[in-house]
Design a binder for this molecule. Structure first.
Ligand SMILES: *Cc1c(COP(=O)(O)O)cnc(C)c1O
Length: 347
């Protein structure tokens, strides 16, 4: 497949915007920067950030064993997903396919960009309905979004399902791996070499505990990265975000230990949820949240709220009638939650 034939014509014809800091960056001696109208008084952040986030990309490159040229960073995954739609989908003509129940932002971003969102509901097993997807694809279908582990269901999408799509679809397959670090599966970034049209997104918002800094990561073939670099805002990842991300990744073991603890807590919580009378089903989870089916989601949601717990009611999503999604907290929070659930179960 030729990536350049998938790109919107106006973007294929564009040159990347060149910012002041793009044009002058490789010097072997100390330079005096009088090019970007910055305030010269040093306070640590008076200079524009590196538009290509070299240091951070280098660190990720070593960590994930992937060339820097195959990494794009953004202001959260939401930004990199938006860039993908804007680069590849012609407004009012092209379409994308999403697989509800899933992350809502794919549909929001499609809408925002006047791109049709063709929804193909998952099977009861929460796996993609491959026959239906292949039926819905047409010449204007540019992207299929697959979330694995899926939010809000928590399951992994089976590998052979994704491979069937990769081998039978002439567009991009975006694998959203926001929760991959909590799962037993290997990341699809290991397979990027085999599939030019594969895009993998990850984030520091969940396992790495940095939702506040907004750092989304996109891994793909160099062709795709080059296209996205043309249209990304030059300074889309701010200096503080780059600094904090580098610090956190330097102490990678801290995040790893936290992930182990969250996974252990999830196992404990899953078992204890089964003991609550009004909980009819606890879905297995490869993420840091648990989807449960209850007798009456609105009632139980409101009871928890009244007791100081904010969870997510996912009832309005297909296949999720009376389903609530609970993020795994720390040991103390989870204990309190179970205690409260057992108190309200007779109410
Ligand atoms: C939380 C989440 C993200 C993270 O988005 P950021 O913008 O990076 O915070 C991405 N995808 C899914 C499925 C999520 O649940």
């Amino acid at each position: 497949m030729e990536i350049n034939q998938l790109v919107r014509k106006n973007i294929a014809a564009m040159e990347a915007y060149s910012s002041a800091r793009d044009e002058f960056k490789n010097f072997d001696k100390e330079m005096i920067f009088l090019d970007a109208n910055e305030n010269p008084f040093d306070n640590g952040i008076n200079r524009y950030p590196d538009p290509q986030q070299k240091k951070l990309k280098h660190q990720l490159s070593v960590l994930k064993n992937i060339p820097e040229s195959q990494i794009l960073l953004g202001n959260g995954s939401d930004e990199v997903l938006d860039l993908l739609i804007r680069a590849f989908c012609e407004p009012n003509r092209d379409n994308v396919i999403t697989l509800p129940p899933t992350y809502g932002m794919y549909g929001v971003l499609a809408n925002l960009n006047a791109v049709e969102n063709r929804e193909v509901i998952l099977l009861d097993s929460f796996q993609p309905d491959i026959d239906k997807i292949l039926e819905v694809i047409d010449n204007n279908t540019k992207i299929i979004f697959i979330c694995s582990p899926n939010n809000p269901t928590g399951n992994l999408i089976e590998e052979d399902k994704t491979i069937t799509l990769l081998e039978n679809f002439n567009g991009l397959i975006v694998l959203d791996e926001a929760y991959i670090d909590f799962s037993d599966a290997e990341s699809w970034i290991l397979k990027l070499e085999n599939y030019k049209q594969l895009v993998v997104t990850q984030t520091l918002s969940k396992a790495y505990g940095m939702a506040g800094i907004r750092l989304g990561i996109l891994y793909a073939s160099e062709e795709i990265i080059d296209v996205l670099n043309k249209i990304k805002p030059p300074y889309n990842v701010n200096a503080l975000t780059q600094l904090e991300a580098i610090k956190r990744l330097n102490k990678n073991q801290v995040a790893k230990d936290e992930i182990v603890s969250i996974k252990r807590e999830k196992e404990i919580l899953s078992k204890q949820l089964l003991e609550v009378k009004f909980i009819e089903k606890v879905y297995p989870s490869n993420a840091n949240f648990i989807l449960i089916k209850v007798d009456n989601a609105t009632k139980r949601y409101n009871q928890l709220l009244a007791n100081g717990f904010v969870i997510r009611n996912r009832s309005s999503q297909p296949l999720c009638q009376n389903c609530l999604r609970i993020t795994v907290g720390n040991e103390e929070e989870n204990k309190q939650l179970i205690k409260t659930l057992k108190t309200i179960q007779n109410g």
